[in-house]
Write a protein that binds this ligand. Structure first.
Ligand SMILES: C[S@@+](CC[C@H](N)C(=O)[O-])C[C@H]1O[C@@H](n2cnc3c(N)ncnc32)[C@H](O)[C@@H]1O
Length: 242
């Protein structure tokens, strides 16, 4: 596994964070997954792949509530072990988006919930996703984005979804130039605000949350100062392979 794994999954392997999110490691939980599925409208039995599946909550949901043939892959051995310990029938495995171990044109859909921003080589990730999708297959992306003042954002001293955030224009340019047509884009910032409110209630303050992750008050302060410079939002988007 690539060296970057250690940094990439540190937040998501954190026990307190997992308890807070009830193991759906992102804003919106399964309600947002439900909304995305209504837009994509996959028939029962479709083959769906959840990339960056974490603890496998969505894979389980797709299989058990929607009757889909669902697979999941994540770079974190710890999270995949957790998913299997919870439900050993889940088809989840350790692996990297840059080297997907699935056949070409084998999937009707790919789901990426709060993962895209973590990819340091988005064109390569999208090339792999396009390869495994059938013609006309759909890609669901929910993630953070910058709603305003994108140029002011600077890197954080910790790898989280926040590090790879860009504006809507940049996301659309990246995904469409990789051979996908935008079907729908929804701003879901209210969901992100609710998530932040929950973090504050759980940790006492945002400073305490960041400090629990980065280990020092000074680093937590740098994170917060960088985040304050931009307006962060959350989106749900559905794309079709062209
Ligand atoms: C914010 S969590 C979201 C987890 C899951 N989608 C969910 O909603 O609960 C991001 C996940 O992406 C995984 N990840 C990061 N980079 C990855 C990569 N290159 N390939 C596969 N998974 C990756 C992390 O290990 C982490 O579990």
């Amino acid at each position: 596994m690539r060296d970057i794994k250690e940094n990439t999954s540190v937040l998501y392997e954190n026990d307190e964070f997992q308890q807070f999110t009830e193991e759906a490691l992102r804003p919106g939980g399964l309600e947002l997954t439900r909304k995305a599925l209504a837009i994509a409208d996959f028939p029962v039995g479709s083959h769906l792949l959840d990339i960056g599946c974490g603890c496998g909550i969505t894979v389980e949901f797709l299989a058990e509530e929607y009757g889909m043939e669902a697979w999941g892959i994540d770079i974190s051995e710890e999270l995949i072990a957790k998913a299997k310990a919870r439900n050993k029938s889940l088809r989840v495995q350790v692996g990297d988006v840059y080297n997907l171990p699935y056949g070409s044109s084998s999937m009707d859909g790919v789901v990426m919930e709060c993962v895209f921003t973590l990819f340091d080589n988005k064109p390569l990730a999208l090339e792999q996703i396009r390869r495994v999708l059938k013609p006309g297959g759909q890609l669901i992306i929910t993630d953070l984005y910058i709603r305003d003042n994108a140029q002011a954002f600077t890197q954080l001293p910790l790898v989280t979804c926040l590090n790879g955030i860009t504006s809507q224009d940049v996301v659309c340019q990246e995904v469409s130039s990789a051979g996908f047509r935008l079907k729908e884009w929804h701003d879901e910032t209210s969901v992100y605000k609710g998530f932040l409110a929950g973090l504050i209630m759980n940790y006492g303050s945002m400073s305490a949350f960041w400090e629990s992750l980065v280990g020092s008050c000074e680093k937590a302060c740098t994170v917060q100062q960088n985040i304050k410079k931009v307006k962060i939002g959350y989106y749900l988007s559905v794309w079709e392979k062209e």
